[in-house]
Design a binder for this molecule. Structure first.
Ligand code: ADP
Ligand SMILES: Cc1ncc(COP(=O)(O)OP(=O)(O)O)c(N)n1
Length: 531
């Protein structure tokens, strides 16, 4: 990403700084799944302090919109001023703006207050198909783009903004997003939730045409009410916390996918229900456990005696482990993204010799990584895990090495000496294997799946017809590898959630050390190897 899209501050907010103060300017949903109610939950779930200014009161539920009441514009302005006269605002998320008068009032307030970050979700139509804006609002929202940093249209909203028919496929969606970003000098998160297919893809598109893609499995649920509201307010909050737009979008999507997966558990409404905003947090806080556990003094044998132990209350679910571990390596991931090797590989300016050095080290690494995977298969406690790691070992040694050999030539590939970084990484993995430590081993194995899949998808998105490493980048965009990565994450985080806190932290450290090895591995081809 260019300087315009990534700030220098990439490692989160300063210790001791307050949580991001994020203002939502949006309409309401009395069932709590969309609009301001969703925004406040999303901001809180992602570590921010939420504030809310209401633009419209919407009588709606999970099945549809019944009526809309728009308070006088002067009252909207009073609400906005009441917040900004008193509170320092770190980011603003704008949602439903019913008509051009509302848009004008918000626009004037933005010009006067100049909040540091503004995310616009150009809400037009609810999931139920009901319109949430008047006919004139669309042109006014288009004009508002000049005053925001990032806009998050879904398929029909993007089409309305670029005055084209709704995109029917991914490439058309990207093309429309590129046009919107360039014409209005705004970052665009094009959301592919309304497209067909097994994956739910979004893309962050910059005005200079640079694209970063984010892909998750499509969750099989009808509970998509408020996903756009929740995503945009999460992005606003996480942008303050991470200092980086790609990191904010990636984290927000990861969180939203987990919230979608858990949405059926809420059982709210008979239509398209809300997502589970606090998935993971409720598990971590033991909020779903028996009540009455927090008492100052317990008389043994009395009815006030807690039904579960403190240990139970502090046990996270797998989704929370997934989020916490991924967040814990955010500085390592950002540093990897910023490596010259990764940037040059992406934009095609990487020196050919450095590329070959990388392939040779990768081939050496994969041979040993396959041994680590085979050891995981040997130690696995269930036939499913045994089969999964065995298949992954096969994939690593056969497919990937074949791929490398096809590019460099078998001889030059295996005559290379391992760099110290390669040996250190392999030793870290094989030490767990040698000790028969299954949990440490699979935790250490995970970053190679997870970080490679994450970086790879974003690199693959930068492919263009004349890209010198285009065919190589294409191999990163492999849905089968994405599916294996998901399985690996689920196996490891399920185990981590099931063990006690000390063991979980030991696993997380093994995971983090491997993430550091990944960083060094990507850095090595452009550094002079040590003797
Ligand atoms: N079934 C699904 N599984 C996973 N992610 C989804 C699903 N549906 C939507 N999303 C994600 O939710 C977010 C909102 O997407 P979308 O439905 O396109 O927008 P909106 O809610 O504004 O109509 C995007 O990140 C999209 O990829
Ligand atoms: C008050 C209000 N604002 C926005 C929406 C639309 O929400 P969105 O997140 O785009 O999700 P869908 O429900 O349309 O999928 C809304 N319904 N109400």
């Amino acid at each position: 990403m260019s300087d315009a899209t990534t700030s220098a501050v990439t490692t989160g907010r300063d210790a001791g700084a307050p949580p991001p103060r994020v203002l939502s300017i949006a309409g309401t949903d009395p069932t709590g799944g969309a609009g301001i109610q969703a925004d406040l939950k999303s901001i809180a779930a992602n570590g921010g302090y939420g504030m809310a200014v209401v633009t419209a009161l919407v009588a709606q539920n999970t099945q549809g919109v019944r009526s809309i009441h728009v308070p006088p514009t002067a009252f909207l302005v009073e609400q906005l001023d009441a917040v900004s006269d008193d509170v320092e605002i770190d980011a603003v998320k704008i949602g439903m703006l019913f008509d051009e008068h509302i848009v004008a009032a918000v626009s004037a307030w933005l010009a006067a207050v100049r909040p540091p970050l503004v995310v616009l979700d150009p809400v037009m139509i609810a999931a139920s198909g009901d319109s949430l804006v008047s006919g004139e609002a669309v042109a006014a929202i288009r004009a508002l783009l000049a005053e925001v940093d990032l806009v998050t249209p879904n398929v029909p909203e993007l089409a309305a903004l670029v005055e084209a028919p709704p995109a029917s496929g991914w490439d058309e969606l990207l093309e429309q997003a590129r046009r919107l970003a360039t014409d209005h000098g705004v970052l665009v998160v094009a959301k592919g939730g309304h497209l067909e297919g097994p994956a739910a893809r979004d893309a962050l598109v910059a005005p200079d045409g640079e694209i970063v893609e984010f892909t998750s499995d499509r969750v099989d649920t009808r509970n998509s009410h408020g996903t756009g509201c929740s995503l945009s307010s999460a992005i606003a909050t996480l942008r303050v916390r991470t200092g980086s737009w790609p990191a904010a979008v990636g984290e927000a999507k990861r969180w939203l996918t987990a919230a979608l997966r858990d949405s059926d558990s809420l059982a709210v409404g008979r239509g398209s229900g809300p997502v589970s905003h606090f998935v993971g947090l409720w598990d971590a806080a033991g909020s779903l456990g028996p009540l009455g556990a927090h008492v100052d003094r317990v008389i043994p044998g009395s009815s006030a005696e807690p039904a579960s132990s403190d240990g139970d209350r502090n046990t996270p679910g797998a989704a929370e482990v997934e989020r916490a571990w991924w967040a814990s390596i955010e500085p390592i991931r950002t540093a990897t993204d910023e490596l010259a090797f990764v940037r040059y590989l992406g934009d095609g300016t990487l020196d050919r010799e450095a590329f070959v050095r990388y392939l040779a080290q990768d081939a050496l690494y994969l041979r040993e990584y396959a041994r680590a995977l085979a050891a995981a298969s040997l130690l696995a406690p269930t036939p499913e895990e045994q089969a999964f790691w065995a298949a992954s070992a096969n994939g690593a040694i056969a497919a990937e090495t074949e791929l490398h050999a096809g590019r460099v030539g078998h001889e030059s590939l295996f005559s290379a000496e391992p760099f110290d970084t390669t040996s250190a990484y392999v030793d870290h993995l094989l030490a767990f294997a040698a000790r028969g430590d299954y949990l440490g081993l699979v935790a250490a194995i995970l970053p190679c799946f997870w970080m490679y899949d994450d970086i790879g998808r974003r690199l693959a998105a930068r492919r263009r017809p004349d890209h010198p490493f285009g065919d190589w980048l294409a191999t990163y965009d492999d849905p089968a590898f994405a599916a294996s990565t998901r399985s690996a994450i689920e196996i490891v985080t399920r185990h981590a959630a099931a063990v006690d806190g000390e063991e979980r932290e030991r696993m997380r450290r093994a995971f983090e050390v491997s993430a550091r090895h990944e960083l060094r591995f990507f850095a090595a081809p452009l550094q002079v190897p040590s003797d």
